[in-house]
Design a protein around this ligand. Structure first.
Ligand code: FMN
Length: 327
């Protein structure tokens, strides 16, 4: 399939694996890139620019296809060494960066000077327009359904994607709730040039996370996620569990008085316990409503081949067939 996104990034299929904390290691990023999509290493999971440099080198050993790095700009008292991470990306020869969180304006000159293509992930049309204005090459439009941070507007992709198509000149991919060929074909119909998946890629053979995490996604339905941290205006969609229930109880009790410190036990630094040790009640972890559409744990290549094969059948069979019948 050829779209503005496959052309921009030099990839075979218009499918991107979004950056994911403690999931986006070289194993997954290289598997996605080897299967013809765009894999992303999650920069901040590496903690230091030196470690990120090593992870980039490790990924390069595993694939000769294009891959990228996710850089998430978080609200933080002591911000991570972003200039250092950008230096590691440039020195590692990476040519694609997915930014997320705050807009990347401050770092655009350094990235552009190094010939890096920037795709910014955002949850509102106004933020997508800002990304376009500061020189991003593409955006990833993350709807209310998404795992992780959906923002505070609560606009689902049925509305958000056509709105993005109306407003943007640069290409965009649909993100949030994407799982299969139906997602891809629908996203293309709504004006996107591809799709970005998070949760779906966790439930694959190559995702370097504990099998309990993959099994939890397969077992979950579309009703099993919860929104946490809304009172802090840092809303996150997570899989429901005992710890999330406890956190939500505190949110109800404290109302507008809630501070991050009140819920730190349920969310701060919990990813290693969940993703690596498979302790599923250790805290809240990002997961999309799309879990309801995930029923297996294929290899990344099986998943991507299936999506591309079924997309062709959907377009040539179902959609074209409907036109033929109507004529
Ligand atoms: C476990 C997990 C961790 C994530 N961590 C990050 C992150 O560190 N940075 C980021 O930009 N997005 C992060 N995301 C969001 C994904 O990149 C992607 O935008 C989102 O999962 C899309 O929605 P979906 O899960 O419905 O596919 C994370 C998502 C999940 C499920």
């Amino acid at each position: 399939m050829k779209t503005r996104i496959t052309e921009l990034f030099g990839i075979e299929h218009p499918i991107i694996q979004g950056g994911m904390h403690y999931v986006g290691f070289a194993e997954l990023a290289s598997a996605v890139s080897n299967a013809g999509g765009l894999g992303l290493i999650t920069g901040l999971t590496q903690r230091t620019p030196e470690n990120l440099g090593k992870e980039i080198a490790r990924c390069r050993e595993m694939t000769d296809k294009p891959f990228g790095v996710n850089l998430t700009f978080l609200p933080a008292v002591t911000p991570p060494d972003y200039p250092g991470f950008i230096r590691a990306i440039i020195e590692g020869g990476v040519k694609i960066v997915e930014t997320a969180g705050n807009n990347p304006q401050k770092y655009m000159p350094a990235l552009k000077e190094a010939g890096i293509k920037v795709i910014h992930k955002c949850t509102a049309v106004r933020h997508a327009l800002k990304a376009e204005a500061v020189g991003c090459d593409a955006v990833s439009v993350d709807g209310f359904e998404c795992g992780g941070h959906p923002g505070e507007d609560d606009v689902p992709n049925m509305i958000l994607l056509p709105r993005a198509a109306e407003a943007l000149k640069i290409p965009f991919v649909a993100s949030g709730g994407m799982a299969d060929a139906r997602s891809l074909v629908a996203a293309l119909a709504m004006g996107a040039d591809g799709m970005n998946m998070g949760t779906r890629f966790i439930a694959t053979q190559e995702a370097p996370v504990h099998v309990h995490v993959k099994e939890a996604i397969v077992a979950a339905s579309e009703l099993d996620t919860r929104l946490i941290m809304r009172p802090l205006r840092n809303t996150e969609r997570v899989l429901n569990n005992a710890s999330v229930q406890r956190l939500l109880e505190k949110e109800r009790e404290l109302g507008p008085q809630l501070k991050f410190a009140d819920i730190a036990e349920e969310i701060a630094g919990v990813y290693p316990a969940i993703m690596q040790r498979g302790d599923m009640d250790a805290g809240g972890w990002s997961c999309g409503m799309v879990a309801g559409l995930i029923h297996d744990i294929p290899t990344v290549k099986e998943l991507i081949d299936r999506i591309m094969g079924e997309s062709e059948t959907l377009i040539r069979g179902r959609l074209e067939g409907m036109l033929a019948t109507a004529a």
